[in-house]
Design a protein around this ligand. Structure first.
Ligand SMILES: *Cc1c(COP(=O)(O)O)cnc(C)c1O
Length: 381
């Protein structure tokens, strides 16, 4: 089946009692045993639940994986996956990964004896140089946030095969519609389903999808032991969101492409970061590994620091908020908001300035979004 069809039909458990078209919410915390010694399919909702199982089947189909776990947040998906490692292990990650992931790797995991090295993953030699005898994993996030740098996933999986490393890719920014890391040889794909997969800014959730059933089962066992699975109510909402994922992604990308091209010509814009532009320095790699450019873009305002608040203040449609991937357009300043915890030195080193604006392009009419941005530029003077 095509992905567009899978998004609508995979994992949809129709209720036979009434012939429902959609998957019901099963809030039951526990399930009856047919008789002593005879195990039901689901026994307890932390371990398994029919609504969540529907979502997991859908996620596995969309990413081309074998086994999935739907979790309470994106961070709990990441935490659960880290239980594949043990004390003494070392993992290499990109130096521009999601801030919350960085915090977990930098401040929490070393206390558990799992250590991380952060490198510029655009450079495979930097990754090779960071490998130690105890290195067990490569943590990939591409495109990066907020500057949309691209990691060559096939180059990473080649290094991983050479050194027997587990590869994990956070695919939140593109969704399986625009990137399928398992097809590129990655072992595990992660999502914050809070973003595009649910897509309506009304759930926090996460997902882990594995190519290999044995690895997937280890993640599910860890999730059951730690207790990170999502509630049946949230599973229902995410499963509903998925039905329009391919349609939404196509429209996010169409809107973002027009806006990025418009921004690139605007006199108040210094630089635009968007994988759909020919000016992206990694255009060839983008065409080779991505199935579409996505709905996230960033740009540098041509403005003095004191003019910047006027830009944000004049926007009426773009909501000033962190997060991304919902139907409504959002705008934020990574410098003071999503990436503030990197500190001024870390921000400067990675090329993020107070002028950098991150945009999650929503599904509103393109003309209205452009008119709103024009209001912001006009306010700079
Ligand atoms: C938001 C996000 C996360 C964390 O997900 P939560 O649902 O907020 O816990 C992880 N990775 C990326 C790329 C994200 O954008």
């Amino acid at each position: 089946m095509k992905q567009k069809t899978e998004a609508i039909h995979a994992g949809v458990y129709q209720d036979k009692t009434w012939g429902s078209v959609t998957t019901p919410i099963y809030p039951s915390s526990t399930f009856t045993f047919p008789k002593l010694g005879e195990h039901p399919v689901f026994d307890y909702t932390r371990s398994g639940n029919p609504t969540r199982a529907g979502l997991e089947e859908s996620l596995a189909a969309l990413e081309g994986g074998k086994v999935a776990l739907a979790t309470s947040t994106g961070m709990s998906a990441i935490t659960t996956t880290l239980f594949l490692f043990q004390s003494g292990d070392h993992v290499i990650a990109g130096n521009d990964i999601y801030g919350g992931t960085y915090r977990l790797f930098d401040a929490i995991m070393p206390k558990m004896g799992i250590n991380f090295t952060f490198v510029d993953m655009r450079d495979p030699d930097a990754v090779r140089a960071a490998i130690r005898p105890e290195t067990k994993g490569l943590w990939i996030e591409t495109p990066s946030n907020p500057l949309l740098n691209i990691t060559d996933v096939k180059a990473m999986t080649a290094i991983a095969r050479e050194h027997k490393l587990l590869t994990i890719a956070d695919n939140t920014f593109l969704s399986p519609v625009f990137q399928r890391p398992l097809d590129l040889g990655v072992d595990i794909v992660l999502h914050s389903t809070t973003k595009y997969i649910n897509g309506h800014s009304d759930v926090v959730g996460g997902a882990v999808i594995a190519a290999d059933p044995e690895i997937g089962q280890r993640v599910r066992d860890a999730g059951n032991a730690i207790g990170t699975a999502c509630s049946p109510f949230d599973a229902f909402l995410v499963l509903r969101g998925i039905k329009t994922l391919p349609v939404r992604m196509a429209e996010h990308a169409r809107n973002a492409q027009v806006i990025a091209a418009w921004l690139e010509k605007h006199p108040r814009v210094q630089r635009v970061y968007y994988p759909g532009l020919d000016s992206h320095p990694q255009k060839a790699l983008i065409d080779q590994q991505m199935l579409g450019p996505g709905g996230m873009l960033s740009f540098d305002l041509d403005a003095d620091e004191q003019q910047i608040p006027a830009f944000y203040g004049a926007l009426e449609l773009f909501l000033l908020a962190e997060s991304l991937g919902g139907v409504e357009s959002l705008v934020e300043q990574p410098w003071s908001m999503s990436h503030a915890s990197m500190g001024p030195d870390g921000l400067a080193a990675s090329g993020i300035t107070p002028q950098t604006v991150r945009v999650s392009v929503g599904l509103e009419a393109t003309e209205d979004l452009i008119a709103d941005l024009e209001r912001g530029f006009a306010a700079i003077g």
